[in-house]
Ligand binder design. Structure first.
Ligand code: IPE
Ligand code: IPE
Ligand code: MG
Length: 244
């Protein structure tokens, strides 16, 4: 995936700053090929790597992906364990390749319930990539939008209880700073492949004025032209933010 094939230099000046993706449809992608669902997750993790490189090439600043939701624990233990294994493998590879590509990795979600070795990898990856100044990739792992908002409310309440702030100081700007996405712009464009027309608890707080792009393509089939199409559709939206 290289930039110049898909966008003109002029177009590259107008990239959305923050793109988010709900990486959905892995299971169906595999089923269509007579493969186990887990084969879809494997392909999907490759798609994630290619997508991140594409976003980096075209100059997007933030790329947030939904990898595992707080509700995905409801799946059979075997599938959950394969997904976790893939995430671990990706993290190991990421540590070596990411820094050279100048990509910074963050994690959104409650990672404290993940296996200890994964928590260690997550901490190492985050730390190692802190000095990277290129694309920021946020991986949502054991993430739920409602849980994120509840966590922020809890943190604010604790600060009030400790006498650090007054309840009146809890404005929406204040709460922004308590989200995983503190200091980052809200997503401009949220892409959901997989054909479902719903949000599934993704970035509920941050998506107040995001543009959604839904496609029937399955996540593992999302290639550079598919992302370029989503970005072109975004350019045709008229964002009013409540104004005229
Ligand atoms: C998304 O693909 C990956 C995760 C939720 C971890 P799915 O596994 O939901 O694939 P479908 O929607 O069943 O096809
Ligand atoms: C959303 O996909 C979560 C991720 C892609 C990580 P799901 O497959 O879990 O969403 P639903 O269940 O169809 O809403
Ligand atoms: Mg799904």
């Amino acid at each position: 995936m290289t930039e110049n094939t898909y966008f003109t230099p002029e177009e590259l000046q107008h990239m959305p700053r923050h793109i988010a993706c709900i990486m959905d449809g892995n299971g169906r992608w595999a089923k269509k090929r007579g493969l186990p669902r887990t084969a879809g997750h494997k392909e999907g993790s490759e798609t994630f790597r290619r997508a991140a490189e594409f976003m980096s090439d075209i100059g997007v600043e933030y790329f947030t992906v939904y990898a595992f939701s707080t509700e995905n624990w409801k799946r059979p233990a075997e599938e959950v364990s394969v997904i976790m294994g893939l995430l671990e493998k990706y993290l190991r590879e990421a540590i070596s390749s990411m820094v050279e590509k100048n990509i910074r990795l963050n994690f959104f979600g409650d990672v404290s319930v993940l296996p200890k070795k994964m928590q260690k990898l997550i901490a190492e990856t985050t730390e190692l990539s802190r000095k990277c100044s290129g694309l920021t990739v946020n991986v949502c792992l054991n993430y739920g939008g409602r849980q994120e908002i509840a966590r922020a409310a809890r943190m604010a309440a604790e600060r009030v209880q400790a006498g650090e702030i007054k309840a009146e100081e809890i404005t929406h700007e204040y709460l922004c700073g308590l989200m995983y996405s503190a200091d980052m712009p809200d997503p401009d464009l949220i892409i959901r492949p997989g054909g479902e027309l719903r949000v599934s608890n993704f970035l509920l707080w941050q998506s107040a004025y995001s543009e959604y792009y839904f496609t029937d393509k399955l996540w593992p089939d999302m290639d550079a032209p598919a992302f370029a199409e989503a970005i072109r559709a975004f350019w045709h939206r008229n964002r009013r933010f409540g104004g005229l």
